[in-house]
Design a binder for this molecule. Structure first.
Ligand SMILES: Nc1ncnc2c1ncn2[C@@H]1O[C@H](COP(=O)(O)OP(=O)(O)O)[C@@H](O)[C@H]1O
Ligand SMILES: [Mg+2]
Length: 210
């Protein structure tokens, strides 16, 4: 049994996940918690290599099930190589995206079906679901505008999808919130960075004090 705490951060592109995750990590570190931050797909060499294949803008012929399997493969490797060992050492692991992303993006938005995507992911994770998930809720157009405004960040293959695609991603997440009301906590990500951080930090500290 793992003793740590597995927190995932979810939501559309430009919602502020990476920004707030880093702030959360720094705050928890300052407070003396044993915490690591990581991201999906990636976080370790094999998964980062798979990430390059998935997000490469040149791979326009990528089949949607291939994409789903690649994400699941990267997830498995990241989980067994990095996340589970850290949890076994009692650490708090904060991970940028996890299984809900596959369910919302490949399952709902690409139309494979959330149950089918859950099946291949179950093979990959063997029941290791997050303890707590922070869902950053924002109008997908607002998120994309934030990214467009910010020149420093690379544009990846999924950013180039239509607003319609990103709307279906949000619908997928909404189904998950209904399905996992205890695990997934919704944060209004359209607020200022300070307010979003305050909400995220409040949810995590409440969980830690439970
Ligand atoms: N609450 C916010 N209000 C306005 N801009 C934000 C907010 N949070 C993040 N940003 C900016 O939006 C852009 C995308 O943020 P990022 O954290 O990379 O999003 P994500 O990881 O969810 O794709 C960055 O330029 C970031 O500085
Ligand atoms: Mg990010």
């Amino acid at each position: 049994m793992s003793k740590g705490l597995f927190i995932t951060v979810e939501g559309p592109e430009g919602a502020g996940k990476s920004t707030i995750l880093t702030e959360l990590y720094n705050r928890l570190l300052q407070e003396g918690f044993n915490v690591i931050q990581t991201r999906e797909p990636g976080g370790i060499s094999i998964a980062e290599q798979i990430r390059e294949v998935i997000l490469n803008t040149g791979n326009t012929e990528m089949d949607k099930r291939t994409e789903a399997l690649l994400y699941a493969a990267a997830r498995r490797q990241h989980l067994v190589e990095k996340v589970i060992p850290a949890l076994e050492e009692g650490k708090i692991v904060i991970c940028d995206r996890f299984i809900d992303s596959s369910l919302a993006y490949q399952g709902n938005a690409r139309g494979i079906g959330m149950e089918e995507v859950m099946d291949i992911n179950q093979f990959a994770i063997e029941d290791k679901m997050p303890d707590l998930t922070l869902y950053f809720d924002i109008d997908p157009e607002e998120g994309l505008k934030r990214i467009a405004k910010h020149n420093g960040r690379e544009v990846n293959r999924l950013d180039l999808e239509s607003v319609d695609f990103h709307t279906r991603v949000r619908e997928g997440y909404q189904k998950l919130i209904k399905q996992y009301p205890d695990r997934i906590q919704v944060i209004d990500a359209s607020q200022s960075k300070e307010a979003v951080f305050g909400d995220a930090y409040g949810i995590v500290t409440d969980y830690l004090n439970k």
